[in-house]
Design a protein around this ligand. Structure first.
Ligand code: ASP
Ligand code: MG
Length: 389
């Protein structure tokens, strides 16, 4: 018998029929002898809908009140799932983030968890009940309701897995695991059996949206095995493990078309970088005085307004190939570069380090770049010149 966490995303609980399917899946895990802890997201698009209600009343709603509002989404699903489980004879008990012991800082809307106090959860488990926890929320040290940022239910699940010493944490969604590339971009992409958490983190940082970066980082730092699986359907999903797997080399390719290139001024470079981070920007790469920055999570301010020493050069797009030790595999890098050039793509810049190799391309050629690199490095097909012998 293993203690496991199952986290169900919004699409898995989008309506009562699917919610009932989730209840059946939890029952199944119990029958297999597991001690199950469930974390739920809000039903379907509830969070977005609640946010837009507030936006109709105010252009800049108070952040504390917004947290009060959106935390309700997950509470609806937790109570409904507990009711559905009780109907099936399973003693389930719903708990808010606060009741489950997730203590956060005071930053409404993107709070960071500072402590997990699972005493109450352990009581519930000790009585043989199934705790159903509202994802994405906690309680601040000032005793206010806080939320962890969009997609934060994954974070809840991973933190609870670490605090409860779970054997693994299932992230259940509408996609069957992690693929070697986005199948909407690369039709030859295939599901990955397993991936290391380091590789998964590099993939998320490279722009793969199936993975929630913060949660993967917590899992990596705390050594929590993740399993990305489809809630409904036979797929085997992908195991994200602490250890790397053979064969080494490129396993997946992703692209990010929404990066911004920023130039650092001569003075106070550390201060400028610190200011960017504090504003919610994520520094993806540094090349001398040039930064590649992901601005999707910035709190409103524009990059140039954050610090005087920063000049925005413009948007840019980067293809990233990921695989354990890839950054040191020179022949793979050369083949990746050759494949892009032989396909007639313009490489603005390129580099390699750790588990990644990357190429900055023209924005309009990003998808093609992902396909080309995937074909040569993941599928192992020859580049056009190699094929000519
Ligand atoms: N319901 C929240 C959101 O939509 C959190 C989550 O789904 O993980 O962002
Ligand atoms: Mg959601």
């Amino acid at each position: 018998m293993a203690r496991i966490i199952q986290k169900y995303g919004g699409s898995s609980v989008a309506d009562l029929e699917r919610l009932a399917g989730v209840a059946d899946r939890v029952c199944q895990a119990r029958r297999e002898g597991h001690e199950v802890v469930v974390v739920v997201s809000a039903m379907g698009n509830t969070t977005t809908e609640l946010l837009s209600l507030a936006k109709e009343l105010s252009a800049a709603p108070d952040r504390r009140e917004l947290d009060m509002l959106v935390s309700v989404g997950e509470r609806i699903s937790m109570a409904l799932l507990a009711i559905a489980l009780r109907e099936r004879g399973i003693p389930a008990r719903s708990l808010t983030g606060s009741q489950a012991g997730l203590v956060t800082d005071e930053s409404h809307g993107d709070a960071r968890v500072v402590a997990v106090r699972p005493a109450r959860l352990l009581d519930v488990l000790g009585r043989g009940e199934v705790p159903i926890i509202a994802g994405f929320q906690g309680v601040s040290r000032e005793r206010e309701v806080t939320t962890l940022g969009r997609g934060g239910s994954d974070t809840t699940a991973v933190l609870l897995a670490a605090a409860l010493d779970a054997a693994w944490c299932e992230l259940c969604s509408d996609v069957d695991g992690i693929w070697s590339a986005d199948p909407r971009v690369v039709s030859a992409a295939k599901r990955l059996e397993a991936l290391s958490l380091d590789e998964a983190l590099s993939l998320a940082r490279g722009g793969a949206r199936v993975l929630f970066e913060d949660a993967v980082q917590y899992a990596r730092d705390q050594g929590v095995e993740l399993r990305a699986v489809a809630t409904f359907g036979p797929g085997a999903g992908t195991r994200l493990t602490v250890q790397a797997h053979e064969p080494l080399g490129a396993k997946a390719v992703t692209g990010d078309a929404q990066l911004v290139k920023v130039r650092l001024g001569a003075l106070d470079r550390d201060g400028a970088i610190e200011a960017l981070r504090a504003a919610g920007a994520r520094l993806r790469r540094r090349r001398g005085e040039r930064l590649y920055v992901d601005v999707r999570h910035m709190h409103g301010a524009s990059v140039s307004a954050v610090h005087r020493g920063l000049t925005v050069e413009g948007p840019c797009a980067v293809v990233t190939a990921v695989g354990s030790g890839l950054g040191q595999r020179l022949s793979d890098l050369e083949r990746g570069t050759a494949s892009l050039l032989e396909a007639g793509l313009w490489i603005v810049d390129q580099g390699a380090e750790g588990d990644v190799a990357w190429w900055e391309l023209d924005r309009g050629q990003l998808d093609q770049g992902v396909e080309v690199v995937h074909r040569v490095l993941v599928l192992g097909q020859p580049t056009p010149l190699e094929a000519q012998g």
